[in-house]
Design a binder for this molecule. Sequence first.
Ligand SMILES: C[S@@+](CC[C@H](N)C(=O)[O-])C[C@H]1O[C@@H](n2cnc3c(N)ncnc32)[C@H](O)[C@@H]1O
Length: 230
Amino acid sequence: MTDPDIQTLFDRIAPVYDRLNQDLSWGLHRVWKQMTVKWADPQPGDRALDVCCGSGDLAFLLAKRIGEKGQIIGLDFSPQQLAIAWEKASTTIPSPPIQWVEGNAANLPFPDRHFDCGTMGYGLRNVPDIPRTLKELHRVLKLGGKFAILDFHRPALPILQAFQQWYLDNIVVPAAERFALKAEYEYIFPSLERFPLSTEQVKLGKAAGFKTAVHYPISGGMMGVLVLEK
Ligand SMILES: C[S@@+](CC[C@H](N)C(=O)[O-])C[C@H]1O[C@@H](n2cnc3c(N)ncnc32)[C@H](O)[C@@H]1O
């Protein structure tokens, strides 16, 4: 899929994205996102970036840790997802110091070494050029900063692989079909099959210039967080 196809896909699912995430992960996505933010190691007063922010969950968690003296930018190329993130922020009191920016992860509109830390949730699997995107993350990060990247992952155990595919085919896709979004959610499994495994992700992180790259499997390896330090 090309960038415009993916952008249209995420625009279409925006109105039900949060609800489906919550229901289909049994609320576990909140735990995985908390873990991701912890690995990014944000400090009070930091400037942080959440790439592919969608409706903004990771940006809100970053804001909680960073506090009002810091700055958080949520970047996404889907205007509909950003509208939901903006709406959520505008009804949060006190309003978190988050700015929502429309842009492409492969061409970030920020100067070099601008951010202390960053996150990306379920975004890397969707970008057409992973090496280029990782180089962009590396470019905008300060020396010593960390990016934590959460995404689906294919587990090593055959029984868990079978369960993952069964869950996507029999629970996730039918749930999305109720909202006329079958094709949009059918896209998850092939995107996951194409997505590099943990060892390859580590190699790609190092090739992008990061000093260290570690992949932490979570939920039996069905999800994972790639932690990159510059
Ligand atoms: C599955 S959603 C994840 C949203 C959020 N990070 C979360 O974890 O709930 C993926 C998001 O990545 C965005 N996205 C995909 N490719 C992108 C790209 N090349 N540049 C910017 N955003 C992108 C989509 O618009 C979508 O909002």
